[in-house]
Design a binder for this molecule. Sequence first.
Ligand SMILES: NC(=O)c1ccc[n+]([C@@H]2O[C@H](COP(=O)([O-])OP(=O)(O)OC[C@H]3O[C@@H](n4cnc5c(N)ncnc54)[C@H](OP(=O)(O)O)[C@@H]3O)[C@@H](O)[C@H]2O)c1
Length: 212
Amino acid sequence: MTTVITGASKGIGLELAKQLIAMNKNVISCARSDGFTFLDLERQSSIYALRDELLDTPINLLVCNAGVFLDKGESINSGYPSIKWEKTFSVNVTSVFLLIQCLLPNIIKAKGKIAIISSQMGSQSKANGGSYIYRASKAAVLNLGRNLASDLKKSGVAVGIYHPGWVKTDMGGEQADISAAESAKGLLKRFDSLSLAKTGCFENWNGKTHPL
Ligand SMILES: NC(=O)c1ccc[n+]([C@@H]2O[C@H](COP(=O)([O-])OP(=O)(O)OC[C@H]3O[C@@H](n4cnc5c(N)ncnc54)[C@H](OP(=O)(O)O)[C@@H]3O)[C@@H](O)[C@H]2O)c1
């Protein structure tokens, strides 16, 4: 059982990796920092290098967890510069597609699964305004996951999309609802229960179905 996790240097990704390792699972923890399998999601060449490194390695679970939230508190009058749109979409959306595309042969080989960490902020029915860039990126990756689920079903690959909760990490902040350990524990149960019957699901960390 091999799991590949992006954004494993801290926060939810680090906790997912720790908990899987504690269960004696084989984890390929990807990040930009020392001590991890190197992956810079803003660079296509880095994604291709990981593809080449993992050639022929069956992947049972790919967790697309890495993300950025760069537009907290931006003003609609003068904020939301295009550079933030570009960087956010590069990490939160484009790289998710490219990585899945590159590792698909490995995932199909294992009849594996793909978990995409989106957010409740990407939900169309919870459109509370603000943070337009982050919200649009998480809506896009939710849409991407649901369309991949349709296409990959015939290859035996299930795709789940998840809201990890409001989590105490650098991104979520100290005032958030739950710890990274709680979120990761819940998410791992969700990944376990993901099957072709449930492919395309959008679920909360605690197992509740999330409105699209
Ligand atoms: N925390 C929450 O309340 C919350 C709520 C909803 C959804 N989410 C989603 O959950 C996921 C994890 O969030 P988190 O709270 O754990 O955030 P975090 O603590 O800020 O960690 C984000 C991770 O993404 C990595 N990352 C960012 N840009 C990258 C790049 N260009 N290449 C490779 N890795 C990159 C970071 O690595 P570096 O250290 O190298 O930057 C870090 O490991 C994200 O997709 C986020 O949008 C979080």
